[in-house]
Write a protein that binds this ligand. Structure first.
Ligand SMILES: Cc1cc2nc3c(=O)[nH]c(=O)nc-3n(C[C@H](O)[C@H](O)[C@H](O)COP(=O)(O)OP(=O)(O)OC[C@H]3O[C@@H](n4cnc5c(N)ncnc54)[C@H](O)[C@@H]3O)c2cc1C
Length: 356
């Protein structure tokens, strides 16, 4: 059985920040990720970030990832385990993981879970046809592998991700035939919506996909209007041609590993689904188990990085290490997070956290 002071599970922006924050307090950290590279969602984000300037807004996700990777590579206290899939967490904080096709175990004084989120699916007829993608998959194809997903894309969802991926599709020379949004208003920032509208992409609100058309692959879709309860209004169906349907209908926290620890979980729609109860230091109700990033609440990379730093510092302090200036540093991060969540855009998160 191997041992590490702190194991961080998930090497996205939250996990990388948690590992760096804990190691900067002098604690040994093992950072595990199932991918062959650290970075999580950031590796495909070619657009400039919104969010807080202090947390690198204005930089592109792919630039932020390189900065964090470099800092981690230079830190001798951080051991990185790539291609390492964490399968379970047992009592006494025993972590079971698969590495090099072998099952191994490690125990840790503290665990920080930063596994991120999975894309949500949408129910409609024929939604398993080739050509129906999640927005994250479309981004991976285009921005990581340089492959266009199709020629004519129908985007479903007008939140920030749907709008950003639409813009990236347009930049790649792919036609976006329309964006449909079931809500009565566009959920994403106005600046992104205006950008895609300037390219001539119509955004239809109170509209959904009823059916994907096609036999062996997508050739179009049947759209329909929805009422205030998101029910299809009969007689409003119309067809639209497309070879790709891209779903950007939200993310759900990957909270399974948190459930293994016995930490208390609640269903909070404003935070994206099943999320753990935790205190302001990001510690769950399972002692020594911390969370950060999308797994704790679907938000954005800036918040994920700040939460990661808070969790990393808190876990380091809890190992008993002499972290003289750590408490003040953590207070600063907690203030940053409150600032980020202030105002209209943060209201949903504030409401969700209040419920939690
Ligand atoms: C299209 C798009 C655009 C976005 N634009 C912005 C933006 O402009 N600004 C912004 O601030 N945010 C943006 N975001 C949101 C941001 O990317 C996420 O909030 C952020 O990546 C969350 O970070 P995370 O570390 O919690 O999770 P992730 O980045 O998802 O990382 C999770 C990591 O955990 C690993 N993992 C999961 N399960 C396991 C396991 N069992 N074992 C080992 N490893 C595991 C995964 O491989 C992954 O590397 C965008 C997101 C998308 C999809």
């Amino acid at each position: 059985m191997k041992f590490s002071d702190i194991v961080v599970i998930g090497g996205g922006p939250a996990g990388m920040s948690a590992a760096l924050a804990a190691a900067s307090e002098g604690v040994r950290v093992t950072l595990m990720d199932r991918s062959d590279e650290l970075g999580g969602q950031l590796i495909k984000q070619t657009h400039r970030f919104f969010g807080s300037e202090r947390e690198r807004a204005g930089s592109r996700g792919i630039e932020i990832v390189n900065i964090l990777r470099d800092e981690i590579a230079k830190n001798p206290l951080i051991e990185v385990k790539r291609n390492t899939d964490v399968l379970g967490i047992y009592s006494d904080r025993v972590i079971a993981y698969e590495e090099d096709k072998l099952y191994r175990r490690m125990t840790a004084d503290k665990i920080i879970i930063c596994t991120g989120a999975a894309e949500k699916m949408l129910q409609f007829e024929n939604n398993d046809l080739p050509g129906v993608y999640g927005a994250g998959a479309v981004q991976t194809l285009m921005n990581v592998y340089g492959i266009k997903p199709g020629r004519e894309v129908l985007m479903v969802g007008a939140g920030n991700i749907g709008l950003i991926v639409t813009y990236q599709l347009l930049q790649a020379g792919v036609k976006v035939v329309a964006i449909v949004e079931a809500a009565p208003v566009i959920g994403g920032y106005k600046v992104h919506a205006s950008k895609v509208r300037r390219f001539g992409v119509p955004i239809y609100t109170k509209t959904t996909v009823k059916t994907a058309l096609g036999d062996r692959y997508v050739t179009g879709a049947v759209l329909a209007d929805v009422d205030d309860k998101f029910q299809i209004i009969p007689g409003t169906e119309r067809e639209i041609a497309a070879d790709t349907i891209c779903l950007s209908v939200g993310l759900a926290p990957l909270s399974e590993l948190i459930m293994h620890t016995g930490a208390e979980i609640r269903y909070i729609p404003q935070l994206g689904g099943f999320v753990p109860k935790r205190d302001e230091n990001m510690e769950t109700t399972a002692p020594g188990v911390y969370v950060a990033g999308d797994v704790s609440c679907i938000e954005e990379a800036t918040a994920a990085m700040i939460e990661g730093s808070i969790a990393g510092i808190s876990a380091a302090i809890a190992t008993g290490m002499n972290c003289s200036k750590a408490v003040a540093k953590r207070e600063e991060y907690i203030d940053n997070l409150c600032e980020l969540r202030a105002g209209d855009t943060g209201k949903k998160i504030r409401d969700g956290l209040a419920m939690l």
